[in-house]
Design a protein around this ligand. Sequence first.
Ligand code: ZN
Length: 223
Amino acid sequence: MEDECYMCDAAATSKEHAPPESFYPKGYRSNLIKVPSCAEHNEANSKDVEYVRNVISTQHGTNGAAARIFEKTKRSFDHSPKLAARTFRDLKPVMVEGVETGAFPVDLARHKRVIAAIAYALYFHNYRKKHRGDWRIFTPSFGYAGSVHRGEFDPWEWFRGYVESGQYKPMPVPQPEVFRYGLLEMEQGQIIYRFEFYERVVVMAWTRFMTFAPLATIWLPGR
Ligand SMILES: [Zn+2]
């Protein structure tokens, strides 16, 4: 039987890496997770992937694998100052853990699209079937602009702690310095993924409903 795409019902014509291969610097590319993909859902050369990888790999506190990605990114920025300006638009200095660094607004629509594609691909990889619903995405590692720049109360603080407190089952990955993930299976087939990039940037992706005893079913805010 011909393979179908991890995301739609079209015939697969290629393999998509999860996460996309460009997240992995040279030397970290063996045994990557791959799923069958149609041309439309293969993000190999997507500008969104490049943007999101650049945002994630330049976050404060990421590791040496991210630094190697950034060296390459810097070269493409040298060739295209416009690309750099678009990625780090409105960059402002902030203090993080006593170190001065920069903060910039993230294009969350693009970020969510790329992270959701990774979630669809990993779901297919883990369950050998497609997730037919959508994904909610939340990135505890991104600060809330009001508190980062103006010291305001962060309305997401409780939620950061809340989603981080789950018991996620560590899943096997080929290159944990670039990407690792955990899985929490809830009632009624609902799941939460905890993604971790470059040993620092945490992104959560979950299917629509989550139920936590003793709370009733709650509708988690999208962001
Ligand atoms: Zn497809």
